[in-house]
Design a binder for this molecule. Sequence first.
Ligand code: KL2
Length: 531
Amino acid sequence: MLPRHLQSVGSRCFARAGHSQFSYVNRDFPRCPWWTAHYPQTHFHPVSTWHPQEYFRSYPCPQTPLLLGPPCFPWAPGHSSWFHISHCDMSSTGDEPYRKRKSAEGEDHGRKMLSKRSYPPANDFSLPAAQDSSGFSAISQPEVKGETTVKRKWEDFRHLYCEPSKRRGKFDFSVVSYNILSQDLLEDNSHLYSHCRRPYLFWNYRLPNILRELEEMNADILCLQEVQEDHYQEQIKPSLEALGYLCEYKVRTGSKPDGCAICFKSDKFSLMLVKPVEYLRRNIALLDRDNIGLLLMLQPKMGKEAPSICVANTHLLYNPRRGDIKLTQLAILLAEITKVAQMQDGKFCPIILCGDFNSVPGSPLLRFIKEGRLNYEGMTIGKVSGQEQYSRGQRILSIPIWPESLGITQKCVYEPQKDQQQKEKYSLVESNLKHHFRLSSVYSHILPDTGMPEITTCHSSTAITVDYIFYSAAINDVFVQPGASVPCNGLQLLGRLSLLAEKDLWSVNGLPNEISSSDHLSLLARFRLEV
Ligand code: KL2
């Protein structure tokens, strides 16, 4: 018998190619300001004033790990997808919580997004003697007894589109965004994983799970964050190459050894351009952080001439108090995208923007990405990302946010050399940020079945959405932004792998757990480009 909150999920069937079990009419809340009304069980604020902390409570968990079942996507016929909960026989005596050292990261001292919650006792686990290369004990898979399932459903939107006319070509492809939790950060922030059974935190345990998950999703493009450089070079890149991917990587500046990777199937795309993006500017105090992004231009391999697709991947600053830095990092990325994605006729090629933005849905930063504009007058820097309800960053954003010496305008484009008159104009700038794109989010941030917030990251101190896949939507796309003038071939969202609610994740001991080996969930979407 499933726990009560899982019954509705467990009783559903999987969505298979052409047989979606679900109706998606009215699912698109960006087009409907009163979207909450579709989910009468819930009492959420509209997204723009949403503070996740008000809704996230601890759901003490039964002792069950989260398993990802066999692969199952519409383009892999005969399979279906789910998360699988197994009832393990675990005693709850005296497991040593995992600890190494507290965060030494200067930027990020001692914040908690939620008050510390009580967790079920950790479980006993006898460590075998063998040590892996990181000095931790090697382990074998624990015994699993009894099974129930929490599924991540494939949500199929294909029935919402007309078949393209015979004259038009179509190119379908899938994209993953996944913060895989670098081992270095896991060990630096070990207090966030005190709820985990220690053996599940060893890299040698986590790596095969992560690779298996990536293999099962079989996406055409992978945007990975928190990829530790040595693990990338020695393990991840070779493994993905063996699966037919070509891989590009950008490590963070500074001493943190992780970065972002974009990997793509070499039989689907040709690589046209690689652009690593560093946000660090040694001459600008605001930009003294080591976060980075990575852009690729990928040309679809199809019979017809198709525009390249600009794929951007980033991991923005974590620090919940420093929205000023996050917005500036985002502006740099958008300026770089503008540079590479603008075609000869001035229009933009289709854009996919993935990553961990360390900002919640409905926050000013998210509104800026989706709406293309933000008036930040009087906004405190701690409010920008919405990570903390009672933000401690109380300084008001300066106008403009970043200094002129960055060379990026308030429209998030690099500016040409200016004369004196233009410089004066810049100094009179208003508190309005803009960008050129109309980007839609693949996810709706609320689960349609229950009205609960979707979660992309979950550990001892938080359970929120911070990961996104944005895309330039075609005018007939299900999630096209209101008022969007679509500059060129946009993308249609054909489907996505659903996310989960916090209570579902805590019912399987949170993240990472036995089977899901990051503190983030993977995001997966399928798109169509019509040419
Ligand atoms: O939230 V993250 O995890 O997107 O999953 O991004 C950052 C955090 C990542 C890179 O800086 O490391 C994690 N408290 C919680 N998490 C932290 C902290 C902290 N003090 N510092 C870094 N991270």
